[in-house]
Ligand binder design. Structure first.
Ligand SMILES: Nc1ncnc2c1ncn2[C@@H]1O[C@H](COP(=O)(O)OP(=O)(O)OP(=O)(O)O)[C@@H](O)[C@H]1O
Ligand SMILES: [Mg+2]
Length: 341
């Protein structure tokens, strides 16, 4: 278990991590999400004693990292895959780590095999590709067979087979009852891997919740309809107290009504439907809604009109006039609803 209590880190004027309090529990994969510069890596460095908190505390199974005698046997971490002596072979790099933590030589060969690097075990790490370096870093994390594992963007540079492998590895480590804490910007991958999410923005905690609740609470689910009898359908729905909003391209969108009810009403009035589909937002959409106001580094299109076609207009955004501000406005409305203001 990893416990953070009011964890804070300042670099001069910059508050990189701002009073973070949460617990990472065993038995599940916990995703650690946040926009660029949100403070994820800084938090992870403090956990490993590589940075000192300005205030607050972080403990691993009740202890500070520097109080643990053979830390690799408690917590394995991949923070920066390039943080190794390039002149050493993969085998020797791991052997040095093993010897400093009372781990046997045979375990080195074992983890190299696990990550698929046996064939290049004698090759110098400086000649490794990005993905090979990530695999070696993951081997280092697994070396001490620890109960707690922490990975900072582990899928960076991995090929599809590698991504699939690490997804299954993290799930199986959690299923064995271990604590798995992983950061990533690949939302589709996180959606498949993590059971629980901790989301931060500008150093502050934004969410600490299950994946399912996170998506439910931070996104819009609605039903999309298409009918050649659109006007009659809207009337029928209106009479039943259901509002259908035109969303362009001949589609209607309905919030707050189940597709079953809409389908039954249409059948009762003998209306033809060409589409009746419940839309559930993805993790990426939910994440962008929640963090819209805490993104520090925005990219800007060089030319052309704002994207009204893609995500910028919100989930299933066919709504006309929806621009980049939609997410922010939506996020504000959601927060107002929650606080009742
Ligand atoms: N050693 C440092 N000195 C000064 N500022 C730092 C230092 N390390 C991090 N920061 C600042 O702290 C903030 C958080 O950085 P951090 O690397 O923790 O973010 P992150 O969430 O890991 O981002 P990314 O997703 O881009 O990896 C950033 O504004 C960064 O510039
Ligand atoms: Mg980082």
């Amino acid at each position: 278990m990893i416990e953070l209590e009011g964890l804070t880190k300042r670099y001069g004027e910059k508050v990189a991590v701002n009073h973070l309090t949460f617990t990472v529990r065993p038995g599940v994969v916990t995703g650690f999400l946040g926009p660029n510069g949100a403070g994820k890596s800084t938090t992870m460095r403090m956990l490993l004693g590589l940075d000192h908190p300005t205030a607050g505390d972080v403990r691993i199974d009740g202890r500070h990292y520097d109080q643990i005698r053979h830390p690799l046997t408690y917590i394995g971490a991949l923070l920066d895959a390039k943080a190794m002596h390039g002149g050493r072979s993969a085998f020797n790099h791991l052997l040095c780590l093993a010897q400093s933590n009372g781990i046997t030589k045979s375990r080195v060969a074992e983890v190299l095999d696990t990550v698929g690097l046996t064939a290049v075990a004698k090759k110098k790490a400086k000649g490794f590709s990005l993905g090979m370096g990530q695999r070696l870093g993951i081997a280092g994390a697994l070396l001490g067979d620890p109960q707690i594992l922490m990975f900072d963007e582990p899928v960076n540079g991995l090929d599809p087979e590698g991504i699939h492998w690490i997804r299954n590895l993290m799930k199986s480590l959690a299923a064995q009852g271990r604590t798995v804490f992983v950061s990533s910007h690949l939302m589709s991958e996180m959606a498949l891997t993590a059971d629980h999410l901790v989301v931060i923005g500008q150093g502050r905690l934004l969410a600490d919740t299950s994946m399912a609740d996170f998506i439910r609470q931070n996104s819009r689910s609605y039903v999309r309809l298409r009918s050649p009898q659109q006007e009659r359908l809207r009337d029928v729905l209106r009479q039943a107290g259901i509002t259908a909003v035109e969303a362009g391209n001949g589609t209607l969108e309905v919030d707050g009504a189940r597709s079953e009810r809409i389908g039954e009403l249409a059948a009762k009035h003998q209306l033809v439907l060409h589409e009746l589909s419940p839309q559930q937002a993805s993790l990426e959409e939910a994440f962008m809604q929640l963090t819209a106001e805490s993104v520090e580094y925005h990219a800007h299109a060089e030319t052309g009109p704002p994207d009204t076609d893609g995500w910028a207009g919100g989930p299933g955004s066919a709504s006309p006039g929806a621009g980049g501000g939609w997410g922010e406005q939506w996020a504000r409305e959601q927060r107002q609803k929650k606080t009742g203001s």
